[in-house]
Design a protein around this ligand. Structure first.
Ligand code: ARG
Length: 484
């Protein structure tokens, strides 16, 4: 028990050490760092044209930049709800978006282009009709396809769409010109068609209320434009992307070794898995604790209500409350609950995502644990309660010292099962852009365009933890048996 508490304390420290404070006010930048050369991850750091510009201007406004990396389709919402101050994400100015956010002056002109395999029958935009076309969800490429051609296949980021194209699952990808160049340069078999689908302008975006901040930002941006500094930044990042990735040697083992190197060793990519694993562990441990507490309370209320003939008003009330909780939580998917807690309940406040995930998974797990506990309590013969009461113990005392300990032993396998389910279920945490284990694998995948190695590694890590848990639970069960 002591060791467990120590471990919990250790995880709690990890949870809170992310919040360093500084004297200067923060400028929170919402982005989707899967869009080279505008924004991309280098190890743990986010680099690219947008962060470079924002950092430079923030410096002039005497602010510290904090980057919040999320899915592209959340970037605008983050600024609207006040979760972030500025959206800097290769964001195209469109009429629809103008209704939602306040755009700065534009800083670059871009195009939506078509990427296809070298000998594709698709030669121009007219040929896209009826073909399998991939886009990044929520981008102007997505809008263009949807409004002018047909429903595209929507991916979380451009890299995933491009890897689907490479493996023959798509016929074309529609994406912005600079990322298109980066992807094509990394994949010799791909080409870009010359005819653009759209010509657009990128700008940064603020909350509609932040007119003053936006004006100051604009003034600095204008200066950067006039001095030529802006063009210099953009040029340097475009060139930075030109370096070639070394290829592995031709033999089977040579290729495997190279792929291993690329996916895990290069740029310390293994850190995505290690850090992600810690996050997964942290969420699971705390969610389990919350789940057990909630589950226990709900089970006591529910079974007491079941066993009482003349229920007091309070008991009836609590019982209905518990029933509603069970129905709602078990009736909706955990991802949806997670999204509601993050975007709706905590919509306007700045809370740590890990905390949100812990709360969401804890509340969710509580419902299942409650039913497990209730089943356990029900499984104890009624005679036990009667025996306890006739010994002069109160209802609560009998529960505490006779029923619950036996019930606990009976439900241990089911509880272990719930723990295993929960551990794996946290893999949807990526939906709120938390970098858990699964998301860590995804990030590697989007940098190396290799699906095999990162996915297998992630699967193996989950599997090992589950096997370890199963073993430990087995031992616990056996030791409880011998204690009987
Ligand atoms: N320019 C496009 C748009 O505004 C795509 C931007 C995607 N940006 C990103 N960071 N993923 O819709």
């Amino acid at each position: 028990m002591k060791r467990f508490l120590l471990f919990a304390a250790f995880l709690a420290t990890l949870l809170f050490c992310g919040c360093e404070d500084s004297a200067r006010p923060k400028l929170v930048m919402a982005t989707n760092a899967e869009f080279p050369p505008y924004e991309y991850l280098v190890g743990e750091q986010i680099d690219g044209i947008d962060p470079a510009i924002v950092r430079l201007i923030a410096e002039k406004l005497d602010r510290d930049v904090k980057i919040d990396n999320m899915k592209f389709d959340s970037v605008i919402a983050a600024v609207q709800t006040g979760k972030a101050d500025i959206a800097a994400s290769g964001l195209t100015v469109t009429e629809d978006r103008k209704k939602q956010v306040l755009f700065t002056i534009p800083y670059i002109v871009a195009e939506q282009l078509i990427i296809v395999p070298e000998n594709s029958p698709i030669k121009a935009k007219a040929d896209l009709k009826g073909k399998r076309v991939g886009v990044q969800l929520g981008t102007t490429g997505d809008t263009y396809m949807t409004e002018n051609i047909q429903q595209p296949e929507r991916f979380d980021n451009g890299a995933l769409a491009v890897s689907a194209l490479i493996s023959g699952k798509l016929d074309a990808v529609v994406i912005d010109n600079e990322p298109a160049k980066v992807y094509v340069q990394k994949h010799p078999g791909l080409i870009i068609l010359s005819e653009p689908l759209t010509v657009e302008e990128y700008a940064f975006a603020f909350n509609k209320k932040d007119t003053e901040l936006c004006a100051k930002f604009n003034a600095e941006l204008q200066k950067l434009k006039e001095s030529g500094e802006l063009d210099e930044i953009i040029r340097s990042y475009k060139e930075g992307q030109q370096q070639e990735e070394e290829a592995g040697s031709g033999t089977f083992w040579g290729k495997i070794k190279h792929s291993f190197y690329l996916n895990f060793v290069k740029d310390k990519r293994y850190m995505y898995l290690i850090k992600g694993f810690l996050v997964t562990l942290e969420i699971t441990v705390f969610a389990v604790l919350i789940g057990i507490v909630i589950g226990f309370l709900v089970a006591i209320v529910r079974s007491t209500a079941d066993q009482t003939r003349n229920k007091s008003f309070l008991l009836k009330f609590l019982d209905s409350l518990c029933k509603i909780y069970l129905t709602v939580i078990r009736g909706t998917p955990v991802v949806v609950q997670l999204l509601i807690i993050y975007f709706v309940i905590f919509g306007a406040v700045d809370v740590s995502k890990v905390l949100v995930a812990i709360i969401a998974f804890g509340i969710n797990s509580g419902a299942y644990v409650a039913e497990i506990f209730r089943a356990g309590i029900m499984s104890i013969d009624r005679g036990q309660m009667e025996a306890g009461r006739s010994l002069g113990l109160s209802y609560a005392q009998t529960m505490q010292s006779v029923i619950v300990p036996q019930a606990f032993k009976n439900v241990l396998p089911a509880l272990g099962n719930e723990l295993i389910v929960l551990l794996k279920e946290t893999s949807v945490a990526g939906y709120i852009a938390l970098q858990d284990l699964t998301k860590g694998g995804d990030i590697i995948r989007s940098q190396t365009y290799d699906a095999f190695m990162p996915l297998i590694a992630v699967a193996l890590i989950y599997l090992s933890v589950v096997m370890l848990l199963t073993y430990l639970l087995g031992r616990l069960e056996r030791s409880l048996k011998t204690n009987e």
